[in-house]
Design a protein around this ligand. Structure first.
Ligand code: ZN
Length: 449
C-alpha cells in the first residue's frame, strides 16, 4: 500500500504519468497551473459558507429562499436558514446573489471519447483518430462538462478507445485534470458483427477495429465481462439490440446470453446498462435483470410496465435523437420534429405514465460536451416539470448509480458537489444553461458570481 501512496504523491507533484506525459505537456499553461491550485485547494479546504438567493436541496423538490450551506472539507456540514447555522470562526463566505444553489448535476449516459458527428462521422472518429488524440479530446470534454455544472458522468463505452476511460478517471481522481466524477464502462459488449465500423460498407476481408468488444455465446460473454471488470469497469454496458446486416435493428443477444452477462457482472458487484431501442431488445434486457435501459425509443406501454415491475431504470437520451435528426435528416433546432424525435418523446411519455424510474442520460458526445443542459430542456418539453427534470439529474440519478448516500442531494455528510445558476431553474429550466459557480468535493472550479 505504501508504495502506491508514494507514487500517487509523486504524480500529484510532478503531474506526470504514463498517460499524463502526453496530456500534461499539451495542456495550456493556465490550465496546468489552475489544476495544481485545485489539488492544493482540495487538501487545504476548510469551512466555507455559501450564500445563494435560494437552495434546491433535491430532498423535497422545494425551493428554500434565503437558506445557506456550510461546507467543511469535501463534504456538506449543514443546510438551513442562516440563523440555525453555527458558523465557525475564520470561515470563508461565498456570496452568490440572485442564484439558485443545487446539487451538482449528473448525466449518466455519456461518451467522453466522442464528439459531434457533424464535426467528424463516428466511423472516422473510430478509424482515423489515434487513441492519444482521442484522450486529449476526452480531457477537454471533461473540463467543459464540469464547468457546465455536471459534476458526475456515467460514461457508457469508449467507442473504440479501449480502456482509455480508466486513465481519464484516474487523472481526475488524482487532481491532475479538472473533470466530473467518472463512472466508466470501458469497451462495452456487442454481438459479433453487429456493431461498427462495418462490416457492411467495407470489403469483407478487411479486419477493422471495432467500437466495442464483440462476443458470441456464454463463454465469450463471461470472458468479456471479466476482462472489462478486471481493467476497471464500474458498470458493464451491453447492446441488447442493434443494426445487424440488411435487416435494420434487431435483438442481437439471446435472453440466455444476457442472463449470463448479468449474473457474471452482478456477482462481481457491477451493475449492467443495456442499449435497447426495440420492444423485444428491451424485454429481453429487462427480464435478464439489467439495471438500466438506454434510449428505449421504440418502447411500448407493455415493455415500460415490465420495466416498472422489475425496477429497471430508463435513460431516454432525447438530445441524441435531436443530434441525429440535425446531422442526417436536415432538422433545424426549433423546427418541426422528425419522426424519430416524435417517437423518442412518445416513448418518454409512455415511460412516465408507466411509472418507470427515469434519470437524466443524454448520450452527450453525439452532441457537444458541456451542453448536457439540453437534455433537461427536452425532458421538460416531453412532459416533466422543471423540478422533476432537476430531480432526475440529481437525486434520481444518484439512486440509479447506487450513490444516493454520497451525491445528488444537499444534505449533511454528502459530498460538497454544488453548483449555482443564475435565476430559478424550477421556474424556467433554461436557467440551467447559465452556471456561475461549480464546486466538486469542496473545491471551487468556477466562480463567476
Ligand atoms: Zn451511448
Amino acid at each position: 500500500m505504501k508504495s502506491q501512496i508514494d507514487r500517487r504523491e509523486f504524480l500529484q507533484r510532478s503531474m506526470i504519468s504514463s498517460a499524463g506525459v502526453v496530456v500534461a505537456s499539451l495542456l495550456p499553461a493556465t490550465l496546468k497551473s489552475k489544476s495544481s491550485r485545485q489539488t492544493t485547494g482540495s487538501q487545504n479546504a476548510d469551512a466555507q459558507l455559501l450564500k445563494p438567493a435560494r437552495v434546491f436541496t433535491a430532498e423535497d423538490g422545494k425551493i428554500h429562499e434565503g437558506w445557506v450551506v456550510l461546507v467543511r472539507g469535501e463534504r456538506i456540514a449543514a443546510v438551513s436558514p442562516p440563523a440555525q447555522i453555527h458558523a465557525p470562526e475564520g470561515m470563508k463566505t461565498i456570496e452568490l446573489p440572485g442564484m439558485t444553489l443545487l446539487p451538482g448535476l449528473m448525466d449518466i449516459h455519456s461518451h467522453i471519447f466522442l464528439h459531434p458527428y457533424n464535426e467528424t462521422l463516428w466511423n472516422d472518429q473510430v478509424l482515423k483518430e489515434p487513441l492519444a488524440y482521442r484522450t486529449i479530446e476526452a480531457v477537454r470534454h471533461c473540463e467543459r462538462t464540469l464547468m457546465a455544472g455536471f459534476t458526475l458522468l456515467r460514461d457508457l463505452g469508449t467507442e473504440g478507445a479501449g480502456y482509455g476511460d480508466v486513465s481519464v478517471q484516474r487523472a481526475i481522481r488524482e487532481g491532475m485534470i479538472p473533470g466530473p466524477r467518472l463512472l466508466v464502462a470501458t469497451r462495452a459488449i456487442v454481438a459479433t458483427a453487429s456493431y461498427g465500423p462495418g462490416p457492411a460498407g467495407f470489403a469483407p476481408d478487411l479486419v477493422l477495429p471495432k467500437g466495442a468488444q464483440e462476443v458470441s455465446g456464454q463463454t465469450e460473454m463471461i470472458k468479456a465481462v471479466r476482462e472489462q471488470i478486471g481493467q476497471g469497469a464500474d458498470w458493464v454496458k451491453v447492446y441488447a439490440d442493434y443494426r445487424h446486416g440488411v435487416s435494420g435493428t434487431v435483438p442481437t443477444f439471446s435472453e440466455e446470453e444476457l442472463r449470463t452477462l448479468v449474473a457474471e457482472a452482478h456477482s462481481a458487484g457491477r451493475p449492467v446498462s443495456a442499449h435497447a431501442t426495440t420492444p423485444e431488445g428491451m424485454r429481453r434486457a429487462t427480464v435478464a435483470g439489467v439495471d438500466s435501459i438506454e434510449h428505449g425509443y421504440g418502447g411500448t406501454e407493455e415493455v415500460f410496465r415490465l420495466m416498472a415491475q422489475h425496477g429497471t431504470a430508463f435513460l431516454p437520451t432525447l438530445t441524441a435523437e435531436e443530434g441525429y435528426a440535425e446531422y442526417f435528416n436536415g432538422y433545424k433546432q426549433g423546427g418541426a420534429l422528425t419522426t424519430g424525435m416524435q417517437q423518442a418523446l412518445q416513448a418518454f411519455k409512455l415511460a412516465m405514465d408507466a411509472g418507470v424510474t427515469i434519470g437524466l442520460g443524454s448520450d452527450v458526445g453525439v452532441f457537444a460536451h458541456g451542453t448536457n443542459y439540453r437534455e433537461l430542456e427536452w425532458m421538460v418539453r416531453g412532459g416533466m416539470s422543471p423540478t422533476q427534470a432537476l430531480l432526475a439529474a440529481t437525486a434520481v440519478n444518484a439512486k440509479i448509480i447506487r450513490m444516493q448516500d454520497e451525491v445528488g442531494r444537499i444534505a449533511p455528510n454528502m459530498y460538497a458537489d454544488l453548483i449555482a445558476v443564475n435565476g430559478d431553474p424550477t421556474q424556467d429550466i433554461k436557467a440551467a444553461r447559465d452556471v456561475r459557480f461549480v464546486m466538486k468535493g469542496g473545491t471551487i472550479f468556477r466562480n463567476r458570481s
